[in-house]
Design a binder for this molecule. Structure first.
Ligand code: DP6
Length: 325
C-alpha cells in the first residue's frame, strides 16, 4: 500500500479569489492556469497498519501541527472513499523553496491525492482526482490537469473540477518567478477567500471574469501572447483590488513588488515580451516567451531586491513514479 506521485504547481492567469462554499472549496468564479514543470512536489504515501497515527516528513523533516492536520484530513477523505482506516506515512519534497510565492499547496495536494489514491488501489478518473484534490487546496484541482487548465466552478463537490484547455506542448510560455521575499504570508489564502465578498468591487470582478474566461481560453488556443499577457495583468490587478478593498483589507505587496510591476511595463515598452501576474504574496511571476528568457532573466538579476529567479515552463499532469522515490 505504497505509491509515489509527482505534480507541478500552477500559475493562475484568471485567479480564484472568493469561495461560494468554504468547506467544500467551491469557488465564486472559474479560473484558468498553467501547470508548471520546474516547481514540483514529489510525495510518497505508505499506508501501514503498524503505524499509530499519520506522520508527515516535509523536505526531510518530521512535521506536525497544522500541516500534518491538513494532510491527515485529506487522507481521511481518501480513506473514506476506499473504506479503510489505516494510518499513513507521507514523505514529501518540493523542488522549490517554501514560501517562494509558488503555491506548494497546489502541487502538494495534487501529488498527495494521486499518490494516496494509487496506494489505496482506488481507480479514479482525472475528474474525480481533480475534485478530491480541490478539497485539500482549491488551486490543486488545476494541478491534477497538465498544461493549460480551467477549473469549472460547479455548485457541488462532483461538478467542481478542472479540465484541460490545451496540453503543455501546445504553447511554450515561460514563467520566471522573481522572489522578493520568502517570508510566510501573514494571512493565508483561505482567510482571503472568506473576506473577498466584503469588497464592494467583488460583484464587478465576478462580472468581468465572466468575460475574461473566454478571452483567455481564446488567447491560449490561438497562442496570442500579447492578449494572454494583457488579460493576465488585468486579472491580477483586479484580484489585488478585491484584496485592498476587503474588510479588513489585505495588502500582499512589498515595495519591491511595485518596483517589479513598473520594471515589467518599462521592459515591455522597450520591446521585450513580458507581463506580470501576482498571487497572494509579494513575489512576481513574469510571463514571457522562450527567446526572451535570457534577456528578462539578465534584467531581473541586475535588480538588488530580486533574491532568486525560478524559471518554469508548461508542465504535465501528475504522474506515478514506479517503485517510489
Ligand atoms: C491567489 O485556496 O488554492 O493563488 O491553498 O493557500 O495555495 P492555497 O490557495 P488556494 O487559493 C489560491 C489563490 C491564488 C489564485 C489562484 O491560484 O487561482
Amino acid at each position: 500500500m505504497k505509491a509515489t506521485a509527482t505534480a507541478g504547481s500552477n500559475i493562475a492567469i484568471v485567479k480564484y479569489w472568493g469561495a461560494r462554499d468554504a468547506a467544500l472549496n467551491l469557488p465564486a468564479n472559474g479560473s484558468i492556469s498553467l501547470t508548471l514543470d520546474a516547481a514540483r512536489t514529489t510525495t510518497t504515501v505508505r499506508f501501514d497498519p503498524a503505524l499509530k497515527s499519520d506522520a508527515l516528513v516535509l523536505n526531510g523533516r518530521e512535521t506536525g501541527g497544522a500541516a500534518l492536520a491538513h494532510v491527515s484530513a485529506h487522507l481521511d477523505r481518501l480513506r473514506a472513499f476506499a473504506g479503510v482506516r489505516v494510518p499513513a506515512l507521507v514523505e514529501t519534497a518540493n523542488t522549490f523553496p517554501e514560501g517562494a510565492g509558488i503555491a506548494s499547496s497546489a502541487s502538494g495536494f495534487a501529488a498527495l491525492t494521486v499518490a494516496a489514491a494509487a496506494a489505496l488501489g482506488l481507480r479514479l478518473s482525472e475528474r474525480e482526482l481533480s475534485a478530491l484534490a480541490r478539497l485539500g487546496s482549491g488551486s490543486a484541482c488545476r494541478s491534477v490537469v497538465g498544461g493549460w487548465a480551467e477549473w469549472l466552478p460547479g455548485t457541488r463537490h462532483e461538478d467542481s473540477y478542472a479540465v484541460q484547455i490545451a496540453p503543455p506542448e501546445h504553447w511554450d510560455v515561460r514563467d520566471l518567478v522573481a522572489v522578493v521575499s520568502t517570508e510566510a504570508k501573514a494571512v493565508p489564502s483561505a482567510k482571503g477567500h472568506e473576506r473577498a465578498a466584503s469588497s464592494p468591487l467583488f460583484q464587478a470582478r465576478l462580472r468581468e471574469v465572466e468575460g475574461r474566461l473566454p478571452a483567455v481560453r481564446r488567447a491560449i488556443l490561438e497562442r496570442d501572447f500579447h492578449a494572454l499577457g494583457v488579460l493576465a495583468e488585468a486579472d491580477a490587478l483586479s484580484m489585488h483590488a478585491i484584496m485592498l478593498t476587503s474588510a479588513p483589507p489585505l495588502l500582499y505587496w512589498l515595495p519591491a513588488t511595485v518596483e517589479l510591476i513598473r520594471q515589467v511595463w518599462q521592459w515591455r515598452a522597450e520591446g521585450l515580451p513580458c507581463y506580470f501576474t501576482i498571487d497572494a504574496g509579494p513575489n512576481v511571476h513574469i510571463l514571457t516567451l522562450p527567446q526572451a528568457v535570457p534577456h528578462v532573466a539578465a534584467r531581473l538579476r541586475a535588480l538588488p531586491y530580486v533574491q532568486q529567479i525560478i524559471p518554469c515552463g508548461p508542465g504535465p499532469a501528475p504522474r506515478l513514479i514506479p517503485n517510489g522515490a
